[in-house]
Design a protein around this ligand. Structure first.
Ligand code: GLV
Length: 334
């Protein structure tokens, strides 16, 4: 290493971001597929006396990590969510924290719809049926599912991603009910102008009246377990739950009860608690008729994952130059 500032990157991120960093800094990248342990991150930060850290949502970045290098000026997460970074500890230490909002909004909304449609119209089951050589003929009631068009979509959290999901509901002539900590009148009006039939209601009503409930809240103490036994019991028996936010927003034990006791028809999860799911986890015992799980893919379009890398690099560079971050998680959190 030279005497340039040093940046530790906890995983190979797409080239545009890494290249940007390498132009001005000494960059060390953890090159394995599985994440480094917290101890390994601490060890590398300390050894390198790193000035910057680019991390992923799978890394637990707490005070002990931050204290590993007294030079640490910036933490830049390659994610919009920053529940894995202790913002209070970073603020106390005057360490800037960046994240990647905006760029993944539409991509995540696209994926949410794809999971919703997959669950409603039983795409995974259909594929398994063909692959298992069961496709003997066309059948009138083979793998039927509910219509998406004309149904009621419940959105919990009308932030950027919830809003982008709602926007797409116009094409399906759906009625949208949403709940949020506050009524979002401006967003509602814009959505209504673009043809979305949207109404703000209590969260309880979202769960009770929707055919599809899609969750779009960030994870923090107030949203941990937001979808629990009470919410799941109140849903229509024919309803489908979609979660592309954070795993712990839906209580796993309650979801298992809901699926076992048919409180709801089906669920589609792109995020789980725990994450990743171990191969012997109870959730993986369900057939796709009850549950479809994908491995946290919602922002995984080629373009978006590249742009996220650029944004993560830009945040890190700004922090290392003692400039305000283009996308500060600390500002966003206030
Ligand atoms: C993905 O879940 C992210 O937070 O970027």
């Amino acid at each position: 290493m030279t005497n340039k500032p040093t940046v530790y990157v906890t995983r190979e991120i797409p080239a545009p971001g890494l290249e940007q960093l390498k132009e001005s800094y000494d960059v060390e990248v953890w090159s394995e597929k599985r994440p480094p342990s917290k101890e390994q991150i601490i060890d590398r930060l300390s050894e390198l006396e790193a000035d910057g850290l680019v991390c992923l949502l799978t890394d637990d970045i707490d005070a002990t990590v931050m204290d590993a290098s007294s030079n640490l000026e910036v933490i830049s997460t390659y994610s919009v969510g920053y529940d894995h970074v202790d913002l209070a500890a970073a603020t106390e230490r005057d360490i800037a924290v960046g994240h990647t909002p905006g760029v993944l909004t539409e991509t995540t909304a696209d994926f949410t719809w794809s999971l919703l449609a997959t669950c409603a119209r039983r795409t995974v089951e259909g594929y398994e049926y063909v692959r298992d050589d069961k496709w003997e003929t066309w059948q009138p009631e083979l793998l039927t599912g509910p219509d998406i068009h004309g149904a009621t979509l419940g959105i919990v959290g009308l932030g950027n991603i919830g809003n982008a999901v709602a926007k797409r509901a116009a094409g399906f002539d759906m009625t949208v009910l949403y709940s949020d900590v506050q009524q979002r009148e401006e967003a509602e009006q814009q959505l209504a102008e673009s043809g979305v039939d949207i109404t703000h209601v209590d969260q309880e009503k979202v769960f009770r009246q929707s055919d599809f409930v899609s969750v779009h809240v960030p994870l923090f103490e107030a949203t941990r377990g937001l979808v629990g036994e009470e919410e799941l019991r109140s849903m229509k028996e024919s309803a489908i739950l979609i979660n592309t936010s954070r795993g712990p927003v839906v209580e796993t034990a309650s979801l298992i009860k809901a699926l076992d006791q048919d409180w709801i028809e089906r669920a589609g999860l792109d995020v789980t608690d725990p994450e990743p799911l171990p191969a012997d986890h109870e959730l993986l015992e369900y057939a796709p008729e009850k549950l479809v799980v994908t491995p946290h893919l919602a922002s995984a379009s080629i373009e978006t994952r590249q742009k996220m890398a650029e944004m993560a690099a830009e945040n890190a560079i700004a922090g290392l130059q003692s400039n305000p971050l283009p996308n500060s998680a600390i500002e966003d959190d206030h």
